[in-house]
Design a protein around this ligand. Structure first.
Ligand code: GYE
Length: 336
């Protein structure tokens, strides 16, 4: 009896801890040096608190892995990492927890652009510099963050549209299906804007379907299935705001009985290996690269801030674009 009770108690404790970890509100210290406290108090190490969006895509996993290399790149820096599970409220909790723990730098990869004023003001009042990473924030007071490090999403959308124009010409008659990313995120807003601006003079390009797939494979597939069900025979082009949704859509197209990359021309953004593999197999047509390997650049910026050096307000990550003909050659070079 006694043993049973004890076992039940232990099991429920494990469950609670598991749930806490899973809810995204908790933060975990990751450190290169075994036994490091990462608390910033007694240790001489400086601490970066990173509030991550979630784990919705291959791009995100690659970014997380890159960020987690920071303590191995510099033994004087520790990292506290929090997974927001695609929820802004979890990210806000994480930032508050970083403030309470007196980290030296807060790095925020914001799930959406708006709604950060209050919490960033709290960080500013606590005199903790904030670096915005990957996606942008829109705030009333620009001094609420030090700098932004990431890609130009508008540019990515432009490049995606240009690939389509180069392939079909401005006067072609095209029915485009658009898989949007997370609504209100820079990656979605910027890519959509860049794309739409670029095709605005192509009078016969029509976006006949447009819905969010939240940057995930499962939703990309689900939404593409719905697109195909209603307009399967009309769609000539798929424009996906990220690779994972395109991977899901490729499956949906095949299940529908069409040939992705042939019957439907596909362009997506990121450059993950799975998409390169599909492209090498002729099932997709173009990838606009968005570089997730931001760890080393975040480390450099953070060290400059900690050393009191001036940093650029906007720091761009390096990237390119690839067509189907490049896929097989580029595949072995892909790091994510
Ligand atoms: O393209 C997508 C991810 O913010 C750039 O988020 C990032 C985007 C990326 O889920 O795959």
């Amino acid at each position: 009896m006694k043993f049973k009770k004890m076992f039940a108690l232990m099991a429920s404790t494990v469950l609670c801890v598991g749930m806490l970890a899973g809810c995204g509100g908790s933060t975990t210290a990751t450190s290169s040096a075994a036994g490091s406290t990462a608390s910033g108090s007694s240790s001489a190490k400086k601490v970066i608190g990173f509030a991550q969006v979630g784990a919705e895509s291959g791009w995100r996993t690659a970014e997380t892995d890159s960020i987690k290399t920071i303590p191995t790149l510099d033994p004087n820096i520790d990292l506290k990492f929090s997974d927001g599970q695609q929820k802004q409220e979890n990210q806000i909790k994480a930032i508050r927890s970083f403030i309470a723990q007196k980290v030296d730098i807060i790095a925020l990869d914001p799930v959406v652009e708006t709604g950060w004023d209050t919490v960033l003001k709290e960080a500013k009042d606590a005199k903790i510099p904030v670096v915005i990473v990957d996606r942008k924030v829109t705030v009333s007071d620009e001094s609420l963050y030090k700098c932004f490090l990431g890609s130009d999403m508008v540019e990515e959308g432009k490049k995606a549209a240009q690939v389509i124009i180069d392939k079909f010409g401005k006067d072609a008659q095209l029915n485009i299906a658009e898989l949007q990313g997370t609504v209100g995120s820079t990656a979605m807003v910027g890519r959509q804007q860049g794309f739409n601006d670029t095709i605005k003079d192509c009078k016969n390009y029509k976006i006949i379907k447009s819905q969010t797939g939240d940057f995930t494979r499962a939703k990309g597939k689900e939404v593409m299935e719905a697109f195909l069900k209603s307009d399967g025979d009309k769609i000539n082009v798929l424009w996906a705001h990220n690779d994972d949704m395109a991977v899901g859509a490729v499956q949906a197209i095949e299940e529908y009985g069409k040939k992705p990359g042939q019957d439907i021309f596909i362009v997506s953004v990121d450059g993950i290996k799975d998409m390169f593999e599909l492209m090498a197999a002729g099932k997709s047509n173009a990838i606009i690269e968005c570089n997730p390997l931001l760890g080393p650049q975040l480390l450099e910026v953070s060290k400059n801030i900690l050393d009191g050096k001036e940093v650029e307000r906007s720091i761009k990550s390096k990237e390119s674009q690839f067509l189907q003909k490049d896929a097989a050659t580029e595949l072995p070079n892909r790091k994510y």
